[in-house]
Design a protein around this ligand. Structure first.
Ligand code: ATP
Ligand code: MG
Length: 448
């Protein structure tokens, strides 16, 4: 009570925002009929409402439907507690420790059901820069709306009435193609610096302009990203790079001065003339794949982002007298040690990245049995795609990539014809090995 009173006196604007009446927009005003939402989310809302709770589809899904985009997933917000949600659905489980959410399984769908979050209070735990550490108080729907980041993300859709409930003029902002922060942008960035990245990503993905009030402070506040746990940055970075709009996102990140604290070595990479071309090509390629509904792997993506860093280290280590392949492995480790820690690249992804890098020198060997062995590598496809990018960026000769394109596609006889002559030393070694196990007739035939 006292807290509310104080915030009403001192934080008039925020308190007013939290407690005003929402606009209730009927279907005639927005056109989203209930068949547009997934059957699972509809059933979750209906079941909870039948038990007397409030329940809405919320967030990105409503926003995407309003601008005619296909929602990625449908989240539900409710005033039922996690235990109450859990009790309402047989196939459900509570996840998360600090702020519990419930996963409800409906056929093939898994719905994320969240209990309305409450206002941040004076007792909210924050780090020394003002970043909110614990956020686990339940609240009213109005408070839940005020806790969300952008007005377009604070929309609630009721499948029963087909109304959109709009606390912060989100529908109007969307119509005006504006991404507007709820509350005071600087304060909201301080609470959670990742919102700066979300602003850039959502604006790029949805074709919105970030409201100047929200875009202005980004440059000077970008440094706050350094205090965000690496794992969270990694997740957000991955969302950004796999949004299908990564080139636009990256361009805007640079304009906003945001790539500094984020991918610290990206500055260096982008400033190398070859590096920038390579990264941009790789991202354009990824965007294209995603828009065509093809998958992409985080390993491949990060392998491209860090490749020129590897090249630079590789050169240096070779110049120090190390042999080619050991030098490459050392360079890979150095780059992954530095970036892996900063970005919380998981071990599994780091393994994928290394596989792709380590295959690269093997594409140079186009004689004898080695090309066949390379084709059989489980990571061949990723390694080859990577090789093509390097060629397109002008780092290596296109002739080599073309050779591998043909080598994969032609049949056995033609393949053998494509092989380059072995270097003299190599030839002797390989012949000797080959002779031993092989049956003479077959071997002679194969040598032609
Ligand atoms: P996407 O299309 O990538 O899923 P989204 O807006 O749905 O975008 P989610 O991460 O799925 O993003 O978040 C769901 C909702 O939760 C958002 O629409 C927003 O209302 C709220 N939200 C997410 N992250 C934050 C944040 N950092 N601060 C405040 N609210 C957030
Ligand atoms: Mg979402």
């Amino acid at each position: 009570m006292i807290r509310k009173l104080i915030s009403r006196v001192f934080g008039g604007k925020k308190a007013a925002a939290n407690h005003h009446e929402p606009a209730v927009i009927p279907v005639s005003g927005h056109g989203i009929t209930r068949d547009r939402i997934s059957s699972g989310s509809r059933r979750v809302c209906e079941t909870l409402q039948a038990k007397g709770f409030k329940a809405f589809v919320v967030g990105g899904a409503v926003r995407d439907l309003l601008i005619g985009a296909e929602p990625k997933d449908f989240d539900v917000a409710t005033d039922a507690t996690p235990e109450e949600v859990r009790a309402a659905f047989r196939r459900s489980r509570i996840i998360g420790r600090r702020f519990q959410i419930v996963h409800v399984m409906m056929g093939q769908e898994t719905l994320e059901v969240t209990t309305f979050r409450g206002e941040l209070g004076a007792d909210t735990k924050k780090d020394e820069h003002g970043r909110v550490l614990h956020d686990n108080v339940f609240g009213s729907q109005a408070e839940d709306a005020a806790r969300r980041d952008f007005t377009a993300n604070a929309l609630y859709y009721d499948p029963t009435t087909e109304a959109v409930i709009d606390y912060h003029h989100g529908v109007g902002d969307l119509k005006a193609k504006t991404l507007r922060m709820i509350g005071e942008p600087r304060a909201r960035y301080r609470e959670d610096p990742v919102r700066m990245l979300r602003a850039v990503r959502l604006a790029a993905k949805l074709g919105l302009i970030i409201d100047p009030e929200a875009s202005k402070p980004i440059r000077e506040m970008a440094g706050l990203l350094e205090n965000v746990p690496a794992a969270r940055l990694f997740d957000e970075m991955l969302k950004l790079l796999t949004s299908g709009h990564s080139v636009k996102c990256l361009t805007q990140l640079r304009e906003a001065g945001l790539h500094h604290g984020l991918l610290p070595l990206l500055d260096v990479i982008l400033e190398q003339p070859m590096g920038e071309k390579f990264v941009m090509l790789a991202l354009a390629n990824t965007d294209e794949r995603i828009r065509r509904g093809k998958g992409t792997s985080p390993g491949f993506l990060f392998a491209t982002l860090l490749w020129h860093e590897v090249l630079a280290h590789w050169e240096k280590i070779k110049a120090g007298g190390e042999a080619k392949i050991p030098a490459l492995y050392q360079a890979m480790d150095t780059v992954l040690d530095v970036q892996g820690e900063k970005l919380a690249i998981t071990r599994r992804i780091a393994g994928d990245i290394k596989d792709i890098w380590a295959l690269q020198p093997r594409f140079e060997q186009r004689a004898g049995k080695r090309p066949y062995a390379l084709l059989e590598q489980p990571r061949f496809r990723a390694g080859y795609d990577f090789l093509v990018l390097r060629a397109q960026a002008g780092e290596i000769d296109m002739e080599m990539a073309d050779w591998w394109t043909r080598f994969q596609n032609v049949d056995g006889d033609k393949r053998a014809e494509m092989l380059l002559p072995e270097a003299a030393g190599d030839k002797k070694k390989r012949r000797r090995r080959k002779k031993k196990p092989a049956n003479g007739d077959v071997d002679r035939g194969g040598d032609e």
